[in-house]
Write a protein that binds this ligand. Structure first.
Ligand code: CA
Length: 222
């Protein structure tokens, strides 16, 4: 079950059509308060949330879910760049976002990627780099032994880099490996999440920016 919270009926119906064709059960709510109640009631595998909603807006809806400890994967749908900045700046554990107009196929790819990542039981592997310790099974990161709160995407990104020391990855490779999508227009997504990761686990920065290429784990941090 995927819950769509969207007040524009034509967009909601397009999302419903494509997700249904992809095999998902779909429930649509057209305002934030109803959407929040429906998500609590239905425990969906993923949620698609329009940011601009009547009443309770999309970011507030997800903020309330997170405050209740509900970390259901979310795809935010934004109408303007200013909304993207709001979504990213809030650090809601928002796993992804799409900007209108978007391809319904891209939406389905994002939802599938999020659901797959949330469902895969991680191997019992502890990865270490410098002051960081990452427990894949418990999905926990420690910095000098103290827990660090990461979103699902930040965790997956860090785990991927830690699992491949010495390798340099382009933004497209990271998008493909971590987000499960091959969409070059989403490279800003990678930069944003790298910046968020650095803000939480930096100093010394475990991630190296390779100019003109992409990112790698810092040399000598393993
Ligand atoms: Ca709207």
């Amino acid at each position: 079950m995927v819950v769509i919270v969207e007040d524009e009926r034509t967009i909601a119906e397009l999302e419903r059509l494509y997700l249904t064709q992809a095999g998902f059960g779909v429930h649509v709510a057209s305002d934030g308060a109803t959407g929040l109640a429906d998500i609590r009631r239905l425990s969906p595998v993923a949620v698609i949330v329009d940011v601009g909603l009547p009443g309770l807006d999309g970011t507030e809806l997800v903020r309330r879910l997170r405050a209740e400890g509900d970390w259901v994967p979310v795809v935010f749908v934004t109408a303007h760049d200013s909304e993207i900045d709001r979504v990213v700046g809030l650090e809601l554990g928002a796993d992804d976002y799409l900007t209108k107009p978007f391809s319904p196929r891209e939406l389905v790819a994002r939802v599938k990627g999020l659901v797959r990542r949330a469902a895969v039981p991680a191997a019992a592997t502890i990865l270490r780099a410098g002051r960081l310790e990452l427990d894949e099974r418990a999905r926990r990161v420690l910095l000098d032994g103290a827990p660090v709160e990461l979103t699902a995407t930040e965790f997956d990104l860090l785990a991927y880099l830690l699992a491949h020391p010495g390798q340099v990855f382009s933004r497209e490779q990271l998008l493909s490996a971590v987000w499960g999508v091959a969409d070059y227009s989403g490279s800003r997504t990678v930069d944003v999440h790298i910046a968020q990761l650095r803000a939480k686990v930096g100093d010394p920065d475990p991630i190296r920016t390779v100019r003109g290429v992409g990112y790698a784990l810092q040399d000598g941090s393993v």
